[in-house]
Design a protein around this ligand. Structure first.
Ligand SMILES: NC(=O)c1ccc[n+]([C@@H]2O[C@H](COP(=O)([O-])OP(=O)(O)OC[C@H]3O[C@@H](n4cnc5c(N)ncnc54)[C@H](OP(=O)(O)O)[C@@H]3O)[C@@H](O)[C@H]2O)c1
Length: 296
């Protein structure tokens, strides 16, 4: 059954996020007026996945069709596409124009406001979306950081809630730093796991065994962070102040890839600061560990 007072949406960018939001918003009762893309085949495929008779068309055709325009294109394309649509008056007057980038604020959509009196916002679903199927599953329960004009934000908060996300407000000037934090939590976790596996390979353990043996350790660590917070979850030689062990690690690391050693040293510097703040080592010991870690 359609919920009559939900606004109609046009989606620009038939990629993972655009298609998935289209599928979920359509299921939640929103009418998706059109999906627009630069590639005809990919746009038609996305329209088919969204279903409910969604039209596949060009970017400028789609933009004109709804009072909410979701720009789910890559970060680098958002501003240029918005300028093009706004200058050519391809947006409805007073439409709500939204993008999904984590690093950019709604300021990149200013042209829509200037040329077409649109209100502008950004909504960033804080999840990792490798495929459309995964995105559709993972959007539910994800936090969605929103900022922009008040009217636009209240509309996207409603959209976010309707498709199962938890909207959170963020200030426009904090977007890039917020995104850098998310990159560390997500992408750098992958990097950290890969560097641990490569170190294990250097120790003669094959990749598969390395990951299978690390998995319970990683899962337990995440559980500990969840139940007791990061400070209490920190264990190991630096938290204990075992300087000789750290020294032995550094000695062995000197014979492996320099980047791996640099990752170990940098994370160790942060671990020493955490351990000193927590009080499991003295500030004097933390300083000794830091000096050791900085020595090349
Ligand atoms: N993936 C994630 O984990 C994730 C999570 C949260 C937020 N986001 C944000 O969501 C937005 C979309 O990301 P995504 O993962 O859905 O990317 P994606 O799957 O790569 O899709 C990007 C879409 O943008 C279109 N596009 C790129 N450059 C264009 C241009 N110059 N002109 C017209 N269309 C262009 C692509 O068109 P073609 O199909 O023709 O190539 C594609 O349909 C980004 O702002 C991203 O930061 C992504």
């Amino acid at each position: 059954m359609k919920i009559v007072d939900l606004p109609t949406i046009a989606i620009i960018g038939p990629g993972k996020v655009g298609t998935s939001i289209g599928i979920l918003a359509s299921r939640a009762g929103y009418q998706i007026a059109a999906i627009g893309g630069r590639n005809k085949e990919r746009t038609i495929a996305a329209a088919k996945r969204i279903g409910n008779g969604v039209r596949a068309c060009s970017i400028s055709e789609a933009a004109k069709k709804a009072p909410i325009v979701l720009l789910s294109v890559t970060d680098d394309a958002i501003e240029d596409i918005c300028i093009r649509l706004a200058e050519q008056k391809k947006l409805k007057q007073k439409a709500v124009v939204v993008h999904c980038s984590g690093a950019l604020s709604s300021n990149v959509l200013t042209s829509a406001h200037d040329y077409c009196k649109c209100s502008i916002a950004s909504m960033h679903p804080l999840q990792t979306f490798p495929t459309i199927d995964e995105t559709v599953k993972r959007i539910k329960g994800a936090y969605c950081f929103c900022e922009g004009d008040e009217n636009a934000v209240s509309i996207i908060e409603q959209l976010a809630k309707s498709i199962g996300m938890k909207p959170v407000k963020i200030s426009s000037k904090s977007k890039t730093l917020y995104h850098a934090a998310a990159v560390m939590a997500c992408n750098y976790l992958v990097v950290l796991m890969d560097s641990a596996i490569r170190l294990a390979e250097n120790a003669g353990i094959d990749r598969k065994t390395a990951w299978l043996s690390f998995k319970p350790l990683v899962t337990a660590t995440l559980d500990n962070i969840n139940s007791m917070g990061t400070a209490d979850a920190l264990t190991g030689p630096i938290a204990r102040g075992d300087i000789k062990t750290v020294s032995r690690h550094l000695h062995e690391l000197s014979s492996v890839d320099g980047v791996l050693a640099a990752v170990y040293r940098t994370m160790g510097l942060y671990a020493a600061e955490m351990a000193a703040t927590k009080g499991t080592i003295t500030t004097k010991k933390a300083e000794k560990i830091r000096t050791l870690l900085k020595k090349v």
